[in-house]
Ligand binder design. Structure first.
Ligand code: KIV
Length: 285
């Protein structure tokens, strides 16, 4: 399949064709996702929870993001991949934001970056776009600032809060972002924003009327078990499959039924006699 570019996603929006998007953090999963034909991949800072077992995304560093982006790029060379800017990699200044956004492209061959926030990060988005980098905005529930939101809570559920989400969406597009992710926003609000903006608007927990859908891969394959947000649909139970496989392995090793003869490398035919000689030489007298 030909690798898509950002204007292919504009074209998909124009044609009313839905965009499929999944997070990914490692090489094998990236291969599965590319083989399955997903349109875009996000190397999310959710890797902090899904891979490292942190309680939130806040401790995730630029170095961790770059490593995981490199692994995903290796596994999905023909897919549009977006690197997620971790907490404090863009909050301090426009200069910092441009420098760190550039690292995703230079060191991990990402196609775009994503950052959280609306109005308040508009100047960061503008600066990164002016450096020639494709930006995806992310508003609604923004996990990096969930402390200020009073926890992982859906946004835009009152008229005033919906107004704030809409203003953020307009600010992100106005600053030059070429895509927008809405997280945990009512479908009515998301539908309005999707219609109102020219750029593709993607949903994670923002209903079916957006231009595309995102899920966290560890949630949808049933690997991440600490909690499951309302918007997740589980398509598999990988945790159960893996645990059962490991239990079986432990049982077979303990009962000595693994490894069997077919798992062994036997000596080359005709070498048995020579080997008996070697054994004789090394046998303690
Ligand atoms: O890091 C991530 O995977 C994200 C999603 C929660 C949208 O930003």
């Amino acid at each position: 399949m030909k690798k898509k570019a950002v204007f292919d996603f504009y074209e998909m929006k124009r044609r009313g064709e839905i965009i499929t998007w999944l997070t990914c953090y490692d090489y094998p999963t990236a291969r599965f996702e590319e083989t399955a034909g997903v349109d875009m991949i996000l190397v999310g800072d959710s890797l902090g929870m899904c891979v490292y077992g942190y309680a939130s995304t806040v401790p995730v560093t630029m170095e961790q993001c770059i490593y995981h982006c490199q692994a995903v790029r290796a596994g999905a060379p023909n897919t549009f991949v977006i690197g997620d800017m971790p907490f404090m990699s863009y909050q301090k200044s426009d200069e910092d934001a441009v420098f760190n956004a550039g690292r995703f492209l230079k060191e991990a061959q990402m196609d775009a970056i994503k950052l959280e926030g609306g109005k308040r990060v508009a100047s960061r988005i503008r600066a990164i776009v002016d450096a020639g980098i494709v930006v995806c905005g992310h508003i609604g529930l923004t996990p990096q600032s969930s402390g200020q939101l009073g926890g992982h809570k859906a946004q835009g559920r009152t008229a005033e809060s919906a107004r704030a989400v809409i203003e953020d969406a307009l600010a992100v597009e106005g600053a030059g972002a070429q895509m927008l992710l809405l997280e945990a926003v009512p479908p009515e609000v998301a539908a309005f924003i999707t219609k109102r903006l020219r750029i593709p608007v993607l949903s994670i927990g923002a209903g079916p009327q957006c231009d595309g859908q995102l899920l966290i891969v560890s949630d949808m394959i049933g690997q991440f078990q600490a909690f499951t947000p309302k918007f997740v649909k589980k398509y598999a139970n990988v945790a159960e499959v893996i645990t059962e496989a490991i239990k079986e392995y432990v049982k077979e090793v303990r009962s000595r039924s693994f490894p069997a003869d077919e798992h062994c490398y036997h000596m080359v035919k005709g070498e048995e006699e020579g080997f008996q000689q070697v054994i004789k030489e090394y046998t303690r007298k």
